[in-house]
Design a protein around this ligand. Sequence first.
Ligand SMILES: Cc1cc2nc3c(=O)[nH]c(=O)nc-3n(C[C@H](O)[C@H](O)[C@H](O)COP(=O)(O)OP(=O)(O)OC[C@H]3O[C@@H](n4cnc5c(N)ncnc54)[C@H](O)[C@@H]3O)c2cc1C
Ligand SMILES: NC(=O)c1ccc[n+]([C@@H]2O[C@H](COP(=O)([O-])OP(=O)(O)OC[C@H]3O[C@@H](n4cnc5c(N)ncnc54)[C@H](O)[C@@H]3O)[C@@H](O)[C@H]2O)c1
Length: 467
Amino acid sequence: MTRIVIIGGGPAGYEAALVAAQHGASVSLIDSDGVGGACVLYDCVPSKTFIASTGVRTDLRRANDLGINLDPEQALISLPQIHSRVKSLPFAQSSDIRARLLTVGVTLLSGRGEIIDPRVGLAAHQVRAILADGTEQILDTDVVLIATGASPRVLAGAEPDGERILNWRQLYDLEELPTHLVVVGSGVTGAEFVSAYTEMGVQVTSVSSRNRVLPHEDEDAALVLEDALAERGVKLVKQARAESVTRTADGILVTLSDGRTVEGSHALMTVGSVPNTDGLGLDKVGIELDKGGFLRVDRVSRTTVSGIYAAGDCTGLLPLASVAAMQGRIAMYHALGEGVSPIKLKTVASAVFTRPEIATVGVSQASIDSGEVPARTVMLPLNTNPRAKMSGLRRGFVKIFCRPATGVVIGGVVVAPVASELILPIAIAVQNNLSVNDLAQTFSVYPSLSGSVIEAARQLMRHDDLD
Ligand SMILES: Cc1cc2nc3c(=O)[nH]c(=O)nc-3n(C[C@H](O)[C@H](O)[C@H](O)COP(=O)(O)OP(=O)(O)OC[C@H]3O[C@@H](n4cnc5c(N)ncnc54)[C@H](O)[C@@H]3O)c2cc1C
Ligand SMILES: NC(=O)c1ccc[n+]([C@@H]2O[C@H](COP(=O)([O-])OP(=O)(O)OC[C@H]3O[C@@H](n4cnc5c(N)ncnc54)[C@H](O)[C@@H]3O)[C@@H](O)[C@H]2O)c1
């Protein structure tokens, strides 16, 4: 029986543990924070739970347009109740995962893991688990999977104090909503919190080091979001690199590298994450980290050392829960000698949970515009969609990209209130090499927002016919 030790219990670690145990391996999983990892306990699940509450306010705001006269300011926000939901739901999810792991026979160890091989080049490995109760266990193993995730990056001169200068994990300890939140960093994390706190009626300023929010996302989508945020009173400070964040008598002061300053009641630091790759004993096996501190792996999650795999945010491949989980599973299939396909990032679907949401899959518009990927494209505004009109939706669009000759769908973007759900038909097409003709021949419900996905495909198909 193959012995496997997994260090880290986030999506990369726990999904790997589930498949390895189901394939007959003897699996031990060591986690320092709790099963589910940072994803379930501090990052993804809490933020999406908070955003679910803010969505009720979004609906209230829209109600007036549909003839239901409600003043969102009259709807009282119970912050303690919202925060208690945000804190309890992750624990419930963590215990569900724990129960599943125990059912399939995974041994769970609560503590920190590190590799302690006596020398480099051994076929089998040794891991020490320093347990929460102060004791330790030495585990002999054939395979190690490192899945230790990442932690919020701390900007020197802007260290979070948990009171006024916060990272995203400290937000839910606030007793009152900030009066003026300054969000430093406008990547996905920053954009989601800017949008969420704006929906809660908080005055928000976004400090962005680039010339737009979401610099890595589709530009048209980012511009729609900027427009929506500006309409709700968000102040966007662009080309602005924060040098320091300090406390003032009644708030915070952000000083930018060009000398400008931004004041607010609270600052939220969303300037990225750093991989948790210190103290893992990597020197004992001769693994070197890259300059970002990431563990480099190949497409089947192998490090440079036989029997040692890595998956998830500690590898820096693509920091998404879905990718972490897939990398973890692939590592286990490979280690256990099962047939496995290398991970394909060109089929990954992801979403930014702002209002509106932005979802993408496959190749990007930027790679098409630069000439790197030949494609035919269509962009269909949602305001032509009957269901969108009925719901009073003004913003959003569907984009589909397909191969010029065959019409095979290679990517797409959806900007809509539920873009995270609407992206699925495009993702299925990309994953299965379906063509725009296949999509166009699919019945969608009338009226529905997904009808725009089919209509966009139909427009590309017509284009195809004209060629
Ligand atoms: C605010 C925010 C929101 C996000 N929202 C989404 C989203 O909506 N959708 C999405 O797909 N992704 C989202 N992500 C990204 C997602 O959370 C990560 O990609 C995911 O957590 C990566 O999983 P992982 O298993 O690699 O690591 P993690 O979830 O970080 O888990 C790693 C675990 O290993 C533990 N650990 C570290 N070192 C050791 C050690 N030596 N011994 C034992 N245990 C150790 C850590 O404490 C942690 O519990 C979000 C990220 C952030 C920051
Ligand atoms: N919905 C989701 O799926 C979701 C949500 C959040 C995060 N994530 C994942 O996590 C990844 C990381 O996202 P992130 O937003 O946490 O980090 P990021 O690194 O993508 O963004 C951080 C931003 O902060 C900026 N920045 C850095 N230093 C700064 C400074 N001094 N002043 C001003 N700006 C500064 C950077 O230029 C960057 O644009 C994403 O790519 C995504 O894969 C996913």
